[in-house]
Design a protein around this ligand. Structure first.
Ligand SMILES: [Zn+2]
Length: 308
């Protein structure tokens, strides 16, 4: 298992791009931050066992934002543990109001979620043996939070910042303000003194200079989305297309094409980018294959080598 120890009682279970990373805080209690994808709950339960924090031991579960790869499985884990659920004050509103089917199929929650204990911008929240400051970082999702621990200088950045990148920006769901909001959110993170950044996806970034450089690159990318909206669209298209491959793999080209042409964002973006859905599909497939992010197996089926 890919588990990274950041400090005493602070570990990261690395997942991939289909499931968000899990962050585990132990000591006086066991807190889990982000629960992965509902489809992969069996794997999540297995990983929690391997980390010697089985579901029954969880006392609190904090969700950074209501996307399927971060909140899926939360209902099951809350049910098995009786854990309290924490999230930003708008988490409940996001769960009930966001139309995330625009990006692809939505998994129903396995059971109803318990009431959410709300956390707010600027609040200090004790998690395990640490006190984290809550930072509201809208853009990728209006209810998203990051968490900062000033003694270890650890930043949990969720999808507001990956290494030189960030989660997709979809004005169709979040409004046109989501791009400038994402810039301000990254600037908020850049103002912190950070030694370790734990992103929602990808490996933690260690060292003050590397973190600063990573956030600077994320901000640069975002500014290029402001000056060149088409770039933002292509970024979303590549990410969501890859997500579809991870969802359906191993998959043949025509099945993948059928799935793609059925998803709303796909036809909408091909139109906005002045192409046909079929040509858009071919371009995306070629681009991602050229980058080695999608491979054709000897049996002809497509798979992605990136961790799910
Ligand atoms: Zn997300």
């Amino acid at each position: 298992m890919n588990i990274i120890t950041i400090a005493d009682d602070l570990r990261v279970i690395l997942r991939g791009w289909f499931n968000a990373n899990h962050i585990l805080l132990t000591g006086p209690e066991t807190v889990l931050i982000d629960t992965g994808h509902a489809r992969d709950i069996a794997q999540t339960l297995h990983l929690l066992n391997e980390a010697e924090t089985p579901a029954e031991t969880l006392t609190r579960i904090l969700i950074t934002h209501a996307h399927q790869d971060h909140i899926g499985g939360a209902a099951t884990l809350c049910q098995q543990s009786g854990a309290t659920l924490l999230g930003h004050r708008w988490l409940h509103y996001a769960i009930t109001q966001r139309r995330s089917d625009w990006l692809g199929p939505v998994w129903p929650q396995e059971a109803p979620l318990p009431p959410i204990h709300p956390v707010h911008e600027g609040e200090d929240v004790n998690l395990g043996r640490y006190t984290f400051r809550v930072l509201h970082v809208p853009g990728h999702a209006f209810e998203m939070i990051a968490l900062y621990e000033p003694t270890l200088r650890v930043l949990i950045s969720a999808d507001a910042a990956h290494d030189g990148d960030l989660g997709v920006l979809a004005p169709e769901m979040e409004g046109i303000g989501c791009v400038p909001q994402a810039v301000e959110s990254v600037e908020k993170l850049m103002a912190l003194d950070v030694e370790v950044m734990i992103p929602g996806h990808g490996v933690p970034i260690m060292g003050r200079e590397r973190v600063a450089d990573s956030l600077k690159r994320t901000r640069q990318r975002l500014m290029s989305f402001i000056t060149n909206p088409e770039k933002r669209m292509r970024h979303l298209a590549r990410r969501v297309f890859l997500y579809q491959v991870l969802l359906h793999q191993p998959v043949d080209v025509e099945t993948l094409r059928r799935h793609s042409l059925n998803v709303r964002w796909f036809t909408a973006y091909s139109e906005q980018l002045g192409t046909t859905p079929d040509a858009f599909f071919d371009t995306l497939l070629d681009t991602l294959m050229a980058r080695g992010l999608i491979l054709r197996r000897p049996d002809g089926l497509l798979v992605s080598p990136i961790p799910a």
